[in-house]
Design a protein around this ligand. Sequence first.
Ligand SMILES: [Fe+2]
Length: 135
Amino acid sequence: MKWTQDMAVGIETIDEQHKELFKRISGLLQAIREHRCKSEIDDTIKFLDDYARFHFSEEEKRMREAGYDGLEDHRKHHAVYLNNIKELKELAAQPRIQGASYELSVTTNQVVVDWIVDHIMKIDRKFGEYMKGRR
Ligand SMILES: [Fe+2]
């Protein structure tokens, strides 16, 4: 998966962080695809989780500074994602049976990939529009 220009929010730091997020998600999908060992997958999920937290706090900080009234709602969306990652962690922690990596990649696609694309397109871009209007 790759970040594309139509996902641009128009705030450089945020867009750069989104690209990095996509890189990390791709890294996870690749690790699953290549049937890497459990500890490696766990590390990749943690790496993704840490970066998402860092990125969300950056976004929320900017919204707070801008006096954006969509902040509370946006925070709730971010919380859903962090919860999705938590579920993914739990799924990855289960003993590997046949087909487990297939299930893990399907879940990753649903709760991470689909979520992030939808969130950027609908929710983050709204904030981008708001910031454009202020300039
Ligand atoms: Fe966001």
